[in-house]
Design a binder for this molecule. Structure first.
Ligand SMILES: Cc1cc2nc3c(=O)[nH]c(=O)nc-3n(C[C@H](O)[C@H](O)[C@H](O)COP(=O)(O)OP(=O)(O)OC[C@H]3O[C@@H](n4cnc5c(N)ncnc54)[C@H](O)[C@@H]3O)c2cc1C
Length: 370
């Protein structure tokens, strides 16, 4: 007789799929209930997993458990990389600043981490008008999204998960035919679980299609984040912004923005607006710096003319942070005599922390289910 137990996962973003995959490997039958069908839908800013850039670096997220979750995630990414999981790549990544910057807390976990002092005289991305004052580089995992996400979805479905497309309402929670429910509904949790913490960071991505992989002089793929200083690029309320360049098999991802805000009761953005200078591409207004800063750096560093690449797409998505302190929610709750395990509020690090959070969900299950 099968000892497998049934569990319901709400949401099939990166959190829901990672939890589903891990639980399947540990004797659970998984049913996923999701409002959006990721096989069909391609743009809905509230469905964050349509948008990640997706570097495996813990940023724009708040939780006292970041270090352990990140470490756990990295060990899962190591194993997946060893198995050559589709879309999971590792390459040299630069973080560069036009003004001073303290080392990040994650430095200790990154492979081949070194600071600007050590590589100032060797290859690194540059801007012709903005001298780099601080920075570091390391080897970093990236999920090439158009490969990684479908591969994860397929592997979960092929392992027998049922995917039900349904928009759940609060009252539906009472009638769900499962004893155990893992909530990975992201921003949907605001209504579904009466979560009053609705803080978002809106992000703009400019996708350059049919662009080549860019390499360092050794022939290795590279990516970068560049912070030009608040006087060059800031949000409406004055917060310094950075831009980032991530190469993918289907072109380049040029980010970005982190505009703080919330949605009103009609789902309309009420936060910071894109201020001048801005530029309209593909029918959407984005900060002009995303284009101009990358244009300069790509030319200076790789001799690449951004203007040459005219197939462009703009994407706008929300990173759901919940609140500025302890935003990530990873805990159990009993509702209608059922065990719910919450896993949401990953901000800008849902991919980064996906496996660590899935592992934590599994531990909470083991602790609470006999
Ligand atoms: C521009 C941008 C760049 C980013 N870059 C990175 C990066 O480089 N690295 C990184 O780690 N992270 C990055 N992120 C963050 C990352 O995308 C998110 O943290 C992550 O996708 C969150 O995934 P999730 O599965 O928790 O939620 P979501 O992807 O939002 O999924 C929620 C799921 O719940 C379902 N749902 C919601 N409400 C209901 C309901 N009532 N009933 C049924 N189903 C429901 C939805 O349909 C969906 O399936 C980025 C985000 C943005 C916007």
């Amino acid at each position: 007789m099968s000892k497998r137990r049934n569990v319901c996962v709400i949401g099939c973003g990166i959190s829901g799929l990672s939890v589903a995959k891990l639980l399947q490997q540990h004797e659970f039958n998984v049913t996923i209930v999701s409002e959006s069908d990721p096989r069909i839908i391609h743009s809905d800013p509230t469905f964050s997993s349509l948008f990640p850039a997706a570097s495996v670096i813990p940023r724009s997220v708040n939780s006292g458990e970041i270090d352990s979750l990140f470490e756990e995630s990295l060990s899962h990414f190591d194993a997946l990389h060893e198995q050559q999981f589709p879309g999971l790549k590792i390459h040299e990544h630069f973080e560069l600043f036009a003004s001073g910057k303290d080392l990040p807390g994650y430095a200790q976990y990154m492979d081949a981490f070194s600071t600007l002092e050590e590589f100032r005289d060797s290859f690194h991305p540059t801007h012709s008008g903005l001298a780099i004052q601080a920075g570091w580089k390391f080897n970093c995992y990236f999920a090439d999204w158009s490969l990684y996400y479908p591969a994860l979805l397929n592997s979960v479905l092929e392992a027998g998960a049922e995917l039900q497309i349904q928009s759940l309402e609060k009252d539906d929670l009472r009638d769900l035919p499962f004893d155990i429910v893992v909530n990975c509904s992201g921003l949907g949790s605001v209504e579904l679980f009466n979560d009053p913490n609705g803080l978002l960071y809106r992000g703009h991505l400019l996708q350059i299609l049919e662009a080549p992989m860019l390499k360092n002089p050794n022939g290795d793929t590279v990516s970068y984040n560049f912070s030009p200083g608040a006087e060059i690029y800031h949000t409406e309320s004055g917060n310094a912004q950075d831009v980032y360049f991530y190469p993918r098999s289907d072109g380049w991802i040029l980010g970005g923005s982190r505009q703080e805000g919330r949605l009103d009761e009609h789902g309309i953005w009420t936060g910071e607006q894109t201020i001048s200078p801005n530029i309209e591409i593909d029918g959407t207004v984005i900060p002009e710096q995303i284009f101009t800063l990358h244009k300069n750096i790509l030319y200076e560093t790789f001799g690449m003319e951004l203007d040459r690449f005219t197939k462009r797409k703009v994407k706008v998505g929300y990173r759901y942070l919940r609140k500025k302190e302890e935003g990530l929610r990873l805990e159990t709750e009993e509702i209608h005599n059922r065990l719910f395990i919450h896993n949401y509020g990953h901000g800008g690090a849902g991919v980064t922390l996906s496996w660590g959070c899935a592992e934590k969900v599994r531990q909470l299950l083991r602790k609470n289910v006999s």
